[in-house]
Design a binder for this molecule. Structure first.
Ligand SMILES: [Ca+2]
Ligand SMILES: [Ca+2]
Length: 187
């Protein structure tokens, strides 16, 4: 029969293993962020996309797009592919620098005229120096799973269009990571 000391040691080992199992998922490196570089000068518009960063955490998806300049009247559109089984994106966030923006359901890259949920905690903002468009949506509101990919389009009327990474092409899949610390959420 095991001594009390052995049992205590066994218990300690069991508890330690349990702690490791609980803690491990947080420590696993996950590709929660993806960056898409885009060429400068590939559109005649001054709202040339330079870079897109998409970040998926448990509670929210954030997409940050760096543009050469924010031009009034430009449509800034973020397509989100949340279902691998369905071809193309499921959601479109369409925004304008004069602050009007909306979440739409899409199928086959087409706006079906169906407005998506209003997602009360969703946010869209623009910064002019540097020129950055930011979109932040709660994952639950758009029923996002563990992986998404994005495609971003800037449409400047007759002046040009710019896509990142390319027309109707997506970034790689962003695998959900743990929610970023409050410091990482800034910016
Ligand atoms: Ca570009
Ligand atoms: Ca899809």
């Amino acid at each position: 029969m095991a001594s009390n000391r052995t049992l205590t040691l066994r218990s300690a080992v069991a508890i330690s293993l349990a702690l490791v199992l609980v803690v491990a998922p947080l420590g696993v490196a996950q590709a929660a962020t993806i960056r898409i570089g885009d060429d400068s000068g590939d559109t005649a518009s001054r709202s040339d996309i330079e870079k897109v960063v998409a970040e998926l955490a448990k509670k929210r998806l954030r997409i940050k797009t760096r543009l050469d300049e924010i031009v009034v009247g430009v449509e800034y559109a973020v397509y989100i592919d949340a279902r691998r089984k369905n071809a193309g994106p499921e959601w479109l966030i369409s925004a304008y620098p004069d602050s009007e923006w909306v979440i739409l359901r899409v199928a086959g890259w087409k706006d079906q005229g169906k407005q998506g949920p209003s997602c009360g905690r969703a946010r869209y903002s623009l910064g002019s120096d540097p020129a950055v468009a930011k979109v932040r949506v709660p994952s639950r509101c758009l029923n996002l799973g563990k992986r998404v990919r994005v495609s971003v389009r800037m449409h400047d009327g007759g002046h040009g269009v710019d896509w990142a990474p390319a027309r109707r092409d997506f970034s790689g899949w962003v695998t959900r990571g743990p929610d970023a610390s409050p410091a990482n959420l800034q910016g």
